[in-house]
Design a binder for this molecule. Sequence first.
Ligand SMILES: [Zn+2]
Length: 245
Amino acid sequence: MGERALGDRADRWWSATADLLLGASCPGCRQPWWGACPSCRGHVLAQPTRLTAPTPAPPGFPMTATASTYDAVHRGLLHAHKEDQALMLTPLLGDRLAASVADLLAAREVPPHEPIVLVPMPSAAAAVRERGFDATAALAGRAARTLAGQRLVRSAGLLAQRRGLADQAELDAAQRAANLRGGLRLRSGVDSLRWRPDGPAVVVVDDLVTTGASLTEAVRCLTAAGYEVLGAATVSATVRMLSGY
Ligand SMILES: [Zn+2]
């Protein structure tokens, strides 16, 4: 990477940061505030965690817990976190992801002494370069640190996107499924890391579940590589909630 590319990236990062500082509005409701305002924070924290599934669910869709419906407040917060590098939102949203993971582990009756690895859904390498940070990996890291007081849990980016994946945001449900089938792979060098398939069971984590295609593909990829996948957990879900299971 040349100096110019680094400079451009730094400019964009500083520009985004300056917008947040100078524009200073809550991304959830647009009221003047720095970060999530008390009202939006209270709204986010009041949401019950629960199991969820898209309708229809793709074949192989894992048991999935979520911490909210994808309402306007969550849409604003998650978008600001991912697209505008609103890093001050990572603790709030990461703790909601932690609550979602805890709900999944309770539903699966995973004993507290069993170690767990959180695997963030990978972003396209180009998108991470563009944004300057990996929002989903940041949420996974925060969730792991929050849960670490209760059980042995770490986050590890085991997955990577294959080249040539289209940006999911532009696609409908059927196109997403086709785009993603076989679209993920184990990150190169994973076998030499501590997180081998015969190690701890894994939970796939993401900020949002919509059609379920991404989570299903992640589970397929990890299962094929020999990992025990307990399910998935997200901050938000666009789909109808299921209460009980
Ligand atoms: Zn607000």
